[in-house]
Design a protein around this ligand. Structure first.
Ligand SMILES: [Zn+2]
Length: 310
């Protein structure tokens, strides 16, 4: 009996050792990069290639604005060679972590570009009057392809200093990726130039201010970018319906993971169409498994924009 127990104990120990050894971040030769939101994850994959293990903290399909890291996530962040985050209001936990004085090498996407203050536009439904009036910066910097270029350049510099042996590789990958981002940028510019309309209407949250600023588009939207409340009020719906009618807008936008309630209501009342504009915050489990990229999502956005601008 004693012997059996002993064998079982050894077996258990062995299993535990095997299990622990299987952790991906421990045994790889390359860099480990932990990212918070999908664009950071994808940019890191594009620039680092097979010289790094890149992981995304946000679970697929999860709401990025209410994400709180688990204890396990914190361990991953601490053991990474680079923590590539976004910054901003939704990542308050990141700010706390980085201010704690712990030894974490971090790069924030918001620090790579010129940021814009959050804007509450005419007609928008806002539910944060009681909050303290501190200037908040819009965090959705990646929605402008030109910002994506700046972010990737900064990331490339960071990788070169962490892993000088890989410099040639990183710079090559950056150059190739930049060319694709520049094509994307040109496609958007052409669409806007040739479009009949120059106003986009988001019957939803509006996380793409950097995008519309980049291309000189006018916009109206139901809620600010990171709003939690997306229950449409009659007043907001009426305001957007007026805009659609006045400017004879062919289609309104909704964003990924939206209930599309407001878009449906506007379509019903005005006969306009509805289109997805993917803000790229996060992607679904299927998309992630299928290897979707920022470029692909943005190219689909370019097609949708063409339709919406008529
Ligand atoms: Zn957001």
């Amino acid at each position: 009996m004693k012997k059996l127990l002993y064998i079982l104990l050894c077996l258990g120990l062995l299993l535990c050792l095997c299990g622990c050894g299987a952790q991906p971040e421990a045994e790889t030769d390359g860099l480990s990069i932990v990212t918070t939101v999908f664009p950071a994850y994808d940019f890191a994959r594009q620039i680092a290639g097979d010289r790094a293990q890149v992981s995304l903290l946000l679970p697929p399909g999860a709401e990025s604005h209410s994400f709180e890291p688990t204890a396990k996530d914190m361990v991953r962040v601490h053991s990474a060679d680079l923590f590539f985050c976004n910054g901003g209001e939704s990542e308050a936990w990141v700010e706390e972590l980085l201010e704690s004085g712990e030894d974490i090498r971090a790069l924030s996407m918001m620090d790579c570009v010129d940021t814009l203050e959050e804007e509450v536009k005419e007609g928008m439904q806002e539910n944060r009057a009681e909050e303290e009036e501190e200037t908040e910066y819009d965090e959705h910097v990646w929605t402008s392809p030109r910002n994506a270029v700046r972010i990737c350049e900064a990331l490339c510099d960071e990788l070169c200093s962490l892993d000088p042996e890989g410099e040639y590789d990183y710079r090559e990958r950056l150059a190739a990726y930049k060319a694709e981002l520049e094509d994307l940028d040109a496609a958007f510019r052409q669409t806007v130039r040739e479009g009949k309309h120059h106003t986009v209407i988001f019957a939803d949250r509006f996380p793409v201010r950097y995008f519309v600023e980049e291309y000189g588009l006018e916009y109206f939207a139901a809620f600010p970018g990171c709003a939690e409340d997306t229950e449409p009020s009659a007043r907001t719906v009426a305001f957007l319906i007026d805009r659609v009618r006045e400017e004879q807008i062919p289609a309104v936008f909704y964003i990924e993971f939206s209930n599309q309630k407001m878009a449906d209501q506007i379509c019903e009342d005005t006969g306009c169409g509805k289109l997805l504009f993917h803000s790229c915050h996060n992607v679904s489990a299927d998309d992630l498994r299928g290897g979707v990229t920022y470029l692909e999502l943005m190219q689909n956005n370019a097609l949708a924009l063409k339709e919406a601008l008529g």
